[in-house]
Design a protein around this ligand. Structure first.
Ligand code: 4NP
Length: 207
């Protein structure tokens, strides 16, 4: 039966009210992304200097050698560039076998010689949390990229996956080689390639 009189009016008001609550909560929830993409012009002028912080996640197999080093090197570049309010990074591993362990002591020794402190504690990639939170998810080698692609939930997640060596400016290599089962030279090479790639990556944010 169609409602009549004040009852009908009440119903219409209530539908309108709900609709506006829904719209308002949608805008509030998506505000950072709307502002970030410039899709919400009303806020554009007020937010030009308030862009959402960019988040970078470095990923390797165990999260005890390469990605903790990338994190430390990139953090030192963030500090040197004064971009602490615009850029943040973290690291994670494909495996969880080293979860809650600090960085490999050999990697740490070689990194310390160059002035980097490996402070991260190993953790596995958490596909839901990490693909939601991070803007750039950067793997160290082909296998890392393949495994990340398999974890991605959709096209938007896949767009966030990059290969570390694609940011290199001097080294012509397709991977940051796994140093875990090798000798000293492997750890030095990791740091050489990562310093190059991190500098290239940082340039993208300084433009
Ligand atoms: P990462 O090195 O991926 O650079 O942390 C490795 C660490 C541990 C293992 C392999 C690679 N592992 O097989 O335990």
């Amino acid at each position: 039966m169609v409602q009549q009189g004040p009852k009908r009016e009440k119903l219409i008001y209530s539908i309108f009210f709900r609709e506006w609550i829904f719209r308002f909560s949608f805008v509030l929830k998506n505000l950072p992304d709307l502002i970030d993409t410039g899709y919400y012009p009303l806020f554009l002028s007020a937010t030009q200097n308030k862009k959402r912080m960019k988040q970078v996640l470095f990923v390797c197999l165990g999260n005890i050698c390469r990605s903790p080093s990338a994190e430390a090197i990139f953090n030192s570049l963030i500090e040197k560039s004064g971009l602490e309010k615009e850029l943040q990074c973290d690291s994670a591993g494909i495996l969880n076998v080293h979860a809650r362990e600090p960085a490999d002591y050999r990697m740490d020794q070689f990194a310390q010689k160059r002035g980097y402190h490996l402070t991260s504690i190993s953790r596995p990639v958490d596909p839901h949390r990490d693909f939601d939170r991070f803007d750039y998810i950067i793997g160290m080698d082909r296998e890392n990229i393949r495994d990340l692609q398999a974890m991605a939930r959709n096209k938007n997640d896949r767009k966030k996956i990059f290969r570390m060596t694609d940011f290199c400016m001097n080294h012509k290599t397709e991977s940051v080689p796994d140093p875990y089962f090798g000798g000293d030279a492997g750890f030095e090479l990791v740091l050489d390639v990562l310093e190059d790639a991190c500098a290239g990556l940082m340039r993208k944010f300084q433009k």
